[in-house]
Design a protein around this ligand. Structure first.
Ligand code: PLP
Length: 362
């Protein structure tokens, strides 16, 4: 049977629930990992999209916040975050105008992987009287954005460095192809290999007489090795704060803090219970999510507004009106479905936070 969930009486469903003790413990424990490292933590906003959580991360010691989009960076800047990295390419006149406008008020750094984009950013920055920080993005094996390590990156760094309006700060390399691998020696070896591509590229850039002060990247699944090699200066981990069912398998040192509260709305037959949260309330991106605290219950399928839950044994006792918690398979694409999150502590509601960056995908 579901564990007693006293807070569920105060809430309607489906509802996004954050366990505040678990969230704060995750923030503390990640931050304390960095206490003896040269790398610093720059948590990614794309996961929680929630200013109160970003402020908790800064208060714990994070150097600044990472964003994925200009519109997220705007939320952060106007929400009082003073140092923002947009770990993506910002392309197109309208976005670049927003970007340089923001850079007049807040320290903004952006990733670049093409000379044309760098020149366009520089011209806009000069016109706005702003300076944009730039990291040259290097593809270290993920096969997404980024120039090749070595000569191509050096050439782009030289171009960025020559542009008035831009401040070349260093490199970005995200080993996204490794973050979800099972922990172990092979994952560590591949992570070190990827990061050494950045180290070699940095040396080549410095040999050209350029200062390459930042090396930014890393995620929840690789932070330990990425931050320990003495190469990275900042780690962009996001999911560690709230966690999700998928990351819980590869980083068990963090506690699950993110749940969707679901009401059982039907028990049509033996072996099946139906909840009121479907694809519009829980992502299916990395699987179905996990039912918490009800032995024998597993989410089988999601339709738009329904959770189809297989039940056996103890879980057959689930009744219409019962409330259960489901941990989503992926926090980032679940949180973005909600206007607000309910913060609970020791079983009771403590706060309701706006998901400030919801839908900020521009
Ligand atoms: C550029 C970048 N940096 C860092 C991360 C790490 O995020 P997380 O810790 O949630 O895996 C991501 C995840 O997609 C990313 O795209």
């Amino acid at each position: 049977m579901p564990k007693r969930l006293p807070f569920s009486r105060e809430l309607d469903t489906p509802c996004l629930v954050i366990d505040l003790d678990a969230l704060e413990a995750n923030i503390r424990s990640m931050q304390s990992f960095f206490s003896d490292k040269t790398a610093r933590l720059r948590p990614h906003f794309k996961t929680h999209k929630c200013l109160p959580i970003a402020h908790k991360q800064i208060a714990a010691g994070a150097k600044g916040i990472t964003a994925a989009k200009v519109s997220e960076a705007e939320v952060l800047a106007w929400g009082g975050i003073k140092d923002v990295l947009i770990a993506n390419q910002i392309v197109g006149e309208a976005k670049i105008r927003r970007l340089v406008g923001l850079a007049r008020h807040t320290s903004v750094t952006v990733a670049v992987d093409s000379a044309d984009n760098a020149r366009e950013l520089a011209a806009a920055a000069r016109a706005a009287g702003a300076t944009l920080g730039v990291l040259v993005e290097v593809d270290i094996g993920m096969g997404r954005c980024g120039v090749k390590p070595g000569r191509d990156a050096v050439e782009l760094a030289r171009i960025v460095n020559s542009q008035r309006g831009l401040a070349f700060r260093g490199l970005q390399g995200y080993e996204g192809h490794l973050v979800l691998r099972e922990p172990g020696a092979e994952k560590d070896r591949l992570t070190v290999e990827a990061i050494r591509l950045l180290a070699r590229t940095k040396r080549a850039i410095e040999n050209e007489g350029l200062c390459c002060e930042e090396i930014s990247g890393g995620g929840t699944g690789t932070y330990r090795v990425a931050a320990s090699e003495g190469v990275m200066t900042e780690i962009q981990a996001g999911s560690y704060a709230t966690m999700d069912a998928r990351y819980a398998k590869v980083t068990p040192e963090f506690a699950k803090a993110l749940f969707v509260l679901v009401t059982i709305i039907s028990r049509p037959k033996k072996g099946l219970a139906i909840g009121d949260a479907g694809l519009k309330s829980i992502t299916s991106e990395f699987g179905m999510g996990e039912v918490e605290g009800v032995k024998g219950a597993a989410v089988d399928r999601l339709s738009e507004e329904h959770t189809l839950i297989r039940v056996k044994g103890e879980a057959e006792k689930l009744a219409v009106g019962d409330r259960i918690l489901v941990t989503p398979s992926h926090g980032c694409t679940t949180i973005n479905l909600y206007d607000k999150a309910c913060g609970v502590r020791k079983g009771y509601v403590e706060c309701s936070w706006r998901i400030d960056g919801r839908g900020k995908s521009q």
